[in-house]
Design a binder for this molecule. Structure first.
Ligand SMILES: [Zn+2]
Length: 474
């Protein structure tokens, strides 16, 4: 009864929900600069009776919206940051709106709007049916670049929440159970002494030498870390011209591993390598710790819940026109690349999906125990409470993540259907969590089993602050 009411609310307000997603798609604001996107969502939640706290955890574009009283506290997360360099119009051929401009290549315009709509629909259904409980929407900034949620977790805004849902656009409809890698993001600054590189090289202490020797040390260390660890770097500053010994050089590292304590261990060794490089070159090392995340603990109980609701609601059916658009988009990706992406998904029977452009099926999650080698700030939330970020089919199978193709699909008909479908799955799942206490019990039994013996401690140094000015502006 409450559930059908929530679904009906979304059907009635579908046009408005799509409009909000499309406006965020057009704003395409980068992490921590999502001022208009965050305000659009916050104001809409406020208009529907949520009380909103803006600027939480020291981030102007982070907010928490709450509605209800008594009963369980259930949460939904929404993201709204865009990516650099993937600007694209609503066409299936590459056509940037602004050359080199920003775009929603990860579909976060839908991410924010589906969570918002699901929370509002659930709130009205809860009210009409006299359900007790608190529904929270978490406005989470800068997923792509600043790991907004880790700072929110540290500030305590997820304390007391009993289950957290989140939706991400994808190529398939499912509630993934794969884990992700914990990581540290750190910059190494080396300070040396300049001199004429030919006339008086003996006077110089090269900061670039230190960066290079550190990289060599880390490349040897690679052989002596766990198999799934990842260490990668760029040299951000390496001097001005070859006839001047560089007195300053800087590298930026990401260090990843399947478990948080493995990252801590590898990082301690990387620090020794950096110190060794400074010692060898008589330069001074300065370490700038940017951010860090945990590995993800996806909730099987919540995966089962969203999967059941996806089946109950029914995956979207696309029009001929929408499928033709998807077909055109998919022509930009060579078939062997699609095959590689499908194989890498390890989905049983992936071979049968070759040649399929849009996947309308709703499979059970198949990836429990698998580790994906990326990292996400959803992970830190997953250590606070049972968490599930589920996918709905928004992009043609095999299109690369963070691509202009995904920008085009996220702002047009296929994206709109995915948005409405996901909004309904969120609303229905929130209602289930409020009305069936056994669900939360089961989710917490699983959570306690998986975190047994390990307590979450923020991986961020106590004095670290959100990197709000990362794009060089304030
Ligand atoms: Zn994303």
């Amino acid at each position: 009864m409450a559930k059908s009411g929530a679904l009906a609310w979304i059907d009635e307000h579908g046009k408005g929900i799509v409009d909000i997603s499309d406006r965020i798609w057009e704003y395409a604001e980068l992490g921590f600069e999502e001022v208009r996107s965050a305000e659009l969502l916050a104001a809409e939640l406020e208009r529907h009776g949520f009380s909103v706290e803006r600027g939480v955890a020291g981030m102007p574009t982070a907010f928490v919206a709450s509605w209800g009283r008594g009963g369980p506290v259930v949460g939904v997360m929404g993201e709204y940051d865009a990516l650099m360099g993937v600007s694209q119009g609503k066409t299936p051929r590459k056509a940037p709106i602004v050359e080199g401009g920003t775009g929603h290549g990860c579909g976060h315009n839908i991410h924010g709007a589906s969570g918002m709509a699901g929370a509002i629909a659930a709130r009205y259904a809860a009210e009409r049916n006299g359900l007790r409980g608190i529904i929270r929407f978490y406005g989470c900034p800068a997923e792509e670049s600043g790991s907004g949620k880790v700072w929110m977790v540290r500030a305590g805004v997820f304390d007391g929440v009993e289950a957290v849902l989140s939706h991400h656009p994808g190529a398939m409809n499912y509630g993934p159970l794969g884990s992700s890698l914990a990581n540290n993001s750190v910059k190494f600054h080396f300070h040396g002494k300049t001199s004429h590189a030919a006339g008086s090289p003996e006077q110089g202490r090269s900061a670039l030498d230190a960066v290079e020797l550190m990289n060599i040390g880390v490349n040897y260390l690679r052989e002596h870390v766990v198999q799934d660890a990842r260490m990668h770097y760029v040299i951000e500053a390496g001097g001005g011209q070859p006839n001047v010994v560089p007195d300053y050089a800087r590298s930026w590292y990401l260090i990843r591993a399947p478990e948080r304590d493995q990252v801590d261990g590898i990082y301690a060794r990387v620090l020794k390598v950096a110190e060794g490089a400074a010692l060898m070159t008589e330069t001074r090392l300065e370490v700038e710790f940017l951010k860090a995340v945990y590995n993800k603990l996806p909730s099987k109980a919540l995966s089962d819940l969203v999967t059941a609701n996806m089946r109950l609601i029914g995956a979207p059916k696309w029009t001929e026109e929408e499928l033709a658009f998807a077909e055109e988009l998919s022509k930009n990706v060579p078939p062997e690349q699609v095959r590689d992406a499908l194989r890498k998904s390890k989905r049983p029977g992936w071979e049968r999906l070759e040649g399929v452009v849009m996947d309308a099926s709703v499979p059970d999650a198949w990836d429990e125990g698998e580790v994906s080698h990326g990292s996400t700030d959803v992970s830190d939330v997953s250590w606070k409470a049972p968490t599930m970020e589920f996918y709905t089919a928004t992009w043609p199978l095999g299109t690369p993540g963070h691509s202009w193709m995904n920008v085009a699909a996220s702002g047009t008909g296929i994206g709109h259907r995915s948005l409405i479908f996901a909004s309904k799955v969120i609303a229905a799942s929130l209602i289930d969590l409020l009305t069936e206490p056994g669900l939360l019990r089961k989710a917490w039994e699983e959570q306690n089993r998986r975190t047994m013996g390990k307590t979450y401690r923020s991986p961020l140094p106590a004095d670290a602050k959100p990197p709000l000015t990362m794009w060089g502006k304030s």
